[in-house]
Every structure is written in structure tokens, then in C-alpha cells.
Design a protein around this ligand. Sequence first.
Ligand code: ATP
Ligand code: MG
Length: 255
Amino acid sequence: MIWQTNPPLKKLLEVRNLNFSYKKDLVLKNINFTLYKGDFFAITGPNGGGKSTLIKLILGILEPKSGTVFLDEEIKNPVEIGYVPQNTNINPEFPISVLDVVMMGNGSKHKTLKSFFKIGYSKFEIECAKSSLEKVGMQGFLHSKISELSGGQRQRVMIARAICSHPKLLILDEPTSNIDINGQKEIYSLLKKLNQEITVLVVTHDLTVISQYANRVLYINQEGFMHDLKEGGFKIDNEGHFCEVELMQMLGEKK
Ligand SMILES: Nc1ncnc2c1ncn2[C@@H]1O[C@H](COP(=O)(O)OP(=O)(O)OP(=O)(O)O)[C@@H](O)[C@H]1O
Ligand SMILES: [Mg+2]
């Protein structure tokens, strides 16, 4: 009999001994973690802990003071990483359509002369936008004005924008911060569905998300604490509830 073994995990991203400061004091201190292909990876921690800064270092928007951010070949090209930044609340009155917003995420891979010279979109581009909107359940809104959408719908459009260039990694920085409980659930089940094809890295303060969806979590408060949730990192009582304070303390402890 041949023993079946799980295929080896593929590293997509590896951060080693990373230090960063905007001014004199370090904002991130000796951060180490690995993101594997297929992960639903959560980053959590207090306000000002350095989460968004770490995302910007991964994206190459900021340069490390020391240490390395290794990106696998699969995500070396910027269009291979989809990004939904924190606070994307574009002015809802801004007179652009859903199609315009999604096309902003259309990476160079699919850019045509037409869109380069801003004379409308090609049939191919419109099909591409439609397919992204379909993935987020917003296919009926292609020509709607952004101002006509709810906050949750607008955030779905931002996700469609981020997946328009078929990225291998999707990074979202607090994607549900202004969205009600139901809208949050919808966004996270959408991310879970997208995770079947795309590796997801999400910054969140939502512990339910971490416990239900993530397989790995990095707690950052200047320093980083890595937890592999498949090893059972949660203290959940008999009714399935967990104490938020305890959990945050636990995540902030080195394993
Ligand atoms: N452009 C900047 N210049 C100087 N300091 C900055 C800059 N951006 C962030 N900081 C500082 O770096 C630290 C980490 O900020 P960062 O935005 O990464 O935190 P965060 O974990 O994302 O917080 P939040 O949960 O509030 O989004 C904070 O002390 C912040 O004041
Ligand atoms: Mg932030």
C-alpha cells in the first residue's frame, strides 16, 4: 500500500527578520512569518500595531530598514497581487460607474490602447469586468453609479477591482470596517469562496473571522506572534463562545 501524504506546502511569501521605522523608533521589530499558497491568513493586533505598514512593505510601497520580504515567482509581478487598501471610502458622490472602478484594477496584462487613451473600454475589457463582478455577486450593477450603492456593495466592487487582473494573492486591509454584521458575513463568505482559487491575506480586528475562516494568524503589536490555527490555537468554551480579551492576550503570546 502506498501511503498518501499531503503535497508539500508552497511558500508564496516569506518575511524574515524584518525591521521598519518611519522616523527614529521601530514600528515593526524582527517580524518573521511565511504565507503558503492556499492560506486564508489573518493579521490582527491593536490600532497602531503596524499591520498596514507591514502590508505596504509586502507590496513594496515601503522599503524595510533591515530584513527581507521574499516573494515567490508567482507573485513577483505587481498584477499578481490584488490589494484592497484600508479606508477605501471613495467619495460616494464621485460621478463614476461600477465599470470604471473595476477597470482601475485592470493590470497591464489586459490593458488595451483604447483604455490607455481613455476612449472607452473594449469588449474584452467589459467581459473581464463582468466576470469579476459576477464573482462578487454584483453582475447586475455594471453601469450603476458608485453613489447608488450601499457601503457593503461598494466594498464588493472594490474586491472585484482587486481581482480583475486575476491575482494569485489577494490582500485586504480591514475590508469590513464600515459594514454592518450581515454585510460583514457576506464579505467573509465571499472571501472564503474566492480562497478556493486565490490565497487570501486579510487584516482584521474581527475574532469571529479569525476563528471561523483563517488557518493562520499573525498578531502584530510592533513585534509579531505567529499562530497556526490547524494546531488548535483557540480557547473556545462549551457553547462555542470565546472571550475576546483572553483570545487577544493569547494571540499576543509567543508559541
Ligand atoms: N506615514 C507615516 N509616517 C509616520 N508614522 C506613521 C505613518 N503611517 C503610520 N505611522 C505610524 O506607524 C505605526 C503603525 O501604523 P499602522 O498604520 O501600520 O498601524 P495599524 O496596525 O494598521 O493600525 P490600525 O489598526 O489603526 O489600522 C503607528 O504608530 C503610526 O502612527
Ligand atoms: Mg491599519
